[in-house]
Design a protein around this ligand. Sequence first.
Ligand code: MN
Ligand code: FE
Length: 330
Amino acid sequence: MPIINSSKTDPNKILPMQYPWAREHYRNAIANTWVPEEIPMQDDIEQWKRPDALSQTERRLILWNLGFFSTAESLTANNIVLAVYNHVTNPEARQYMLRQAFEEAVHTDTFIYACDSLGLDPDEIYGMYERIPSIREKDEFVIGLTRSVFDPAFTTDGVANIQRFVHDLVGYYIIMEGIFFYAGFAMMLALKRKGKMVGIGEQFEYIMRDESLHLAFGADLINTIRSENPDIWTDAFTDELRGLIVKAVELEKIYARDACPEGIVGINSESFSEYVEHIADRRLERIGLGKHFETPNPFPWMSQSTDLSKEKNFFETRVTEYQTGGLDWD
Ligand code: MN
Ligand code: FE
């Protein structure tokens, strides 16, 4: 039975399973369980309060990323629960989405924890998505390109509607979680490597580990819908999807330059833009669209501690890791 549009699918009958990849992602996600309070914030609080511990550029970069992520995480949770879940009736895929929704709640909690620990003004941080144009543009782009699936009258019947649905899934999973999160991940992990804001940096690492699974699930979902509905994959449609991803890269580069206009110790600010291009090529390849940028990875250390190797490691992860709460995927 297909993953969407089967009147024969009983969403309550999970066994026997049809899509083992959905189950695999669920089990890997469970093995990655964490909560932000496990990570001490004392050093971060001390650095944040000491006037000479962080440069103005570093402070700006931290604020911009807290500002973007604090609201982006709930936007993602709402997308899953209110829009995607409704249309994907397969029970094992739904089991994964329930877990993903929980992870987005943990991520939302992480930014509450950061705001509280550092004593930040919540109105300032949670208002940044309206006030800072480079953040607002990203959110508006995702909201705009995921309109159809939020329309209560929307169904996934027929080629044109399935294309709309896949278009919106690309908006959520590939663009929001797969591109718009990644300049921020690179910035916060770059700081952590310099021994700055290591508590928040570690929380970003945990979030990134979760997001790389969200992305993996999203790509498997898109690729499954495509293989079950090959008619949707026309040249016009793939051109449209590629165009959206290229546009998203432009917005993410504008955001990266705005969050970090001057670079930080040892890193030129343009490297973050190159990293976004590099990551976008990986996303394009993952859904069968082929590379666009051919930009080499400026941060080989990111691929050590992040998505590709972590996804590989996800499949080797044991449930015991949850009990130790270890972060040793790299
Ligand atoms: Mn998240
Ligand atoms: Fe996510």
